[in-house]
Design a binder for this molecule. Sequence first.
Ligand SMILES: [Zn+2]
Length: 315
Amino acid sequence: MPNPLIIDCHLHMYESQDLALWEKDNYEIWEYGDKAEVHSGRFAGDVGDALKALSEAGAAKAVAVNLFGLSPARQQAIAELPEGLTPTEERREIERIDESMGDRLKSFNEWACGVAKEHPEFVPFIAADPWVLPVEEMCDHIVDQVRHGGAKGIKLHGIIQQVHMSDRRMWPIYQTCVEEGISIIAHSGPARGPDQYAEPRAFADVLKAFPDLVLVLAHLGGGAWGQIRECADAYPQAYFDCSEILAWTGGTKAPSNLELARLIKEIGPHRVMMGSDFPWYDVDYSADWVMSLPVLSQSEKEGIVGANAERILRL
Ligand SMILES: [Zn+2]
């Protein structure tokens, strides 16, 4: 039997292993309840690690989701300030950091597109954030990165970015994606506070308003996976990735393997893609997990591990 095409539709890569480890340490995953043993990725997560993970998994490509969160980026920049500043100096430096966030977002995206030019295994999905740049400037930057940088999509994380997925400030960004023919991969899942920025229901207005937008709800709704059926039924153009949730099956608030396989079967396996959420989890582990699912046919599983991403994301 020939090996199926493997494409990871949800991989994070970092400029350095230190930065990757910092991100891993500062991202708490709570929504799936308790689980005795959760698979944990064996790599730190810089570019070299990501390449190794892909080759060890026999994967042809990965969508590099370049997520920029204003608040973590600001925190990181502040942590890097030299020691011994006076309070006035420190205040001035922080003001300078705040003024530089737009440029930081742009150069972060340029970095991801540059890595992808050097390593065609990576398909860059860039960051967009209406808090960081005026939306018009944000859209110009997206167009520039699509046309000159090779960006193929946008990555959003409503909770980290504190942007509701149906926030009207996002409309010009969504419109730009439709016009440029690029896709969106958006974190979906419950938030801890009262504002549900990114649960599947938060996507209803955008899916209604942009029927031509290719919009992927990552993690199959995560801890809010119970909302995925209604979303999939109402919006046939919604797509899904099974990253993260696959490692948590059996958790007290997560579906079992069987429940997850049944959910995928019901909403349509052709709408679901394998993602690893590397470096949190490994690429080979994620692909193997899909191939071991019950309920789904061999060809449905082969679609999920690679062919669906090629078609849905127009890679
Ligand atoms: Zn992710």
